[in-house]
Design a protein around this ligand. Structure first.
Ligand code: GLN
Length: 203
């Protein structure tokens, strides 16, 4: 089935997501204005800086159009800053920071600590073909984790060891998917393929 997935292209690692989506076999386009949003079946919210993306969404008058599409059931996938944007509740946001919402959970910004900016680990993710022998290598960059998950959302992966052991880092709620980490930077397209499946099921 033909589908077009947009990547919100206001700030962040837009190119990496476009490449991963194309490798996963779908048409992918950057979205900067409402006319572009209107042409896509689903939207990726990239990693970057959630406070900046929030400000730019409002400056470009895209925040309400995206919220409206999300409420109408548009599938969306957020990585890192994108997970923050999809969360209903944020701990550690800046004054006045807003999210688009949709995921019944609370994220903690910069949860993995500021000194250790980057953290990497192997994950087994529900819904993604992965196992202890063939895990998904996850890269976290000043990443949030899911502090509290509400009944509407489902945890797909948790960190297995180290100081963050047990923390939820991948979630799904209907057609919404979010990860604390950045699968777009590792060349492993399994998480993007899961999103493509979610979009296909939703259409
Ligand atoms: N710390 C960033 C934020 O709060 C997210 C970092 C990232 O997307 N790599 O938006």
């Amino acid at each position: 089935m033909r589908m077009t997935i947009g990547v919100l292209a206001l700030q962040g690692d837009v190119r990496e997501h476009l490449r991963a989506l194309r490798e996963a076999g779908v048409e992918a386009v950057p979205v900067r204005r409402q006319s572009e949003l209107d042409t896509v079946d689903a939207l990726v919210l990239p990693g970057g800086e959630s406070t900046t993306i929030d400000k730019l969404l409002r400056a470009f008058e895209l925040d309400e159009p995206v919220r409206t599409r999300l409420r109408a059931g548009m599938p969306a996938y957020g990585s890192c800053a994108g997970m923050i944007l999809l969360a209903d509740r944020v701990i550690g946001g800046i004054d006045g920071q807003r999210t688009l919402g949709g995921l019944d959970l609370t994220v903690r910004r910069n949860a993995f600590g500021r000194q250790v900016d980057s953290f990497e680990t192997d994950l087994v993710i529900d819904g993604v073909e992965s196992s202890r022998e063939d895990p998904v290598h996850a890269v976290f960059i000043r990443a949030p984790w899911v502090e509290e998950i509400g009944p509407a959302a489902t945890a797909l992966a948790r960190v297995e060891s180290g100081p963050a052991a047990g923390r939820i880092v991948a979630v799904r709620q209907g057609s919404l998917l979010a990860t604390s980490f950045h699968p777009e930077v590792t060349g492993d397209t399994r998480v993007h393929r899961l999103f493509v499946e979610i979009v296909r099921d939703a259409l």
